[in-house]
Design a protein around this ligand. Sequence first.
Ligand code: KDG
Length: 325
Amino acid sequence: MRAFDVLTLGEPMVLLSASTAGPLRHVSHFAKYTAGAELNFSIALTRLGIRSGFITRLGDDEFGEYILGCMRAEGLDTSLVSRSTLHPTGVYFKEYRGHGDPKVHYYRRGSAASALSPEDLKREWLTGVNLVHVTGITPALSSTCQAACESLLAMAEEAGATISFDPNYRPLLHDRADAEGFMVDYMRRADILFVNEREAELLFGSTDLASLRGQAHELGPKVVVLKLGPRGAAASNGTSDEPVHVPAVPTNRFVDPVGAGDGFAAGFIFGLLSGWPLEQCLAAGNYVGAMATTVAGDYEGYPFLTELLPYLNRPCSTGGRSRGA
Ligand code: KDG
């Protein structure tokens, strides 16, 4: 029996988000959330009814208990979560200034998840998995995490699973050498590639899908998706002449954009697993991503299937997707 439709590997963290604006040294109150790119992605898919396997390690500490509680509350499988008595759960802070995106401060070096290694993966977890999703964050955490990601990719290739890659470029974690090193290798191995404009510029020297898609398809991915933030998203499957563009979903509340990219990837993949055309996959991604921007936490705004389907004019009664075997 297949356990998971989608599998990913990453670090969940406790997010302490400043309740007031200004430099953190002057902030006295913080709101506590659970965050982490791959966890966000898994939660978004779980809300849409996809069986998501999330491989990680948490500290054997209070923050680890907190994250585990959030995963259970979201109905996310926790069987691939291990605990460490030697390393703590990672933490990050969000600082709000008067303009621009929130500033991020990580306290994750030496965390439980950063000690993950290939020995922590089991081939049997891949049985029947349709898609393995890897982001550029996990390999940047440590050399053992990078080795774990490479092992997961090798297992996915062996199992014949589709691979999706989101570079999730983070200036605090990555440098140009990463972009030229493991990211190029992961792009080569991926079937689906997600990039935002900053990543497109860094990896392909262009923010225009019409020009970058040639390079990207040549590298490997059959589906290339360019996330354009408030201008929506565009995708190319290498067959149609023109990339498909779908405008963003208008919202009447914007808090911050963190978590939108992970939600977008989940919505898009949900559409692909449902056998939908690119345009509908983009619309689903845009909707999930947009809802993330309306709340302070990363994932709390992600929609459930019963919210997404009416938005896409699909009847709830028929479910969203035609599952593979
Ligand atoms: O995509 C959202 C993530 O950036 C956030 O949850 C924190 O995982 C995180 C990271 O490494 O930046």
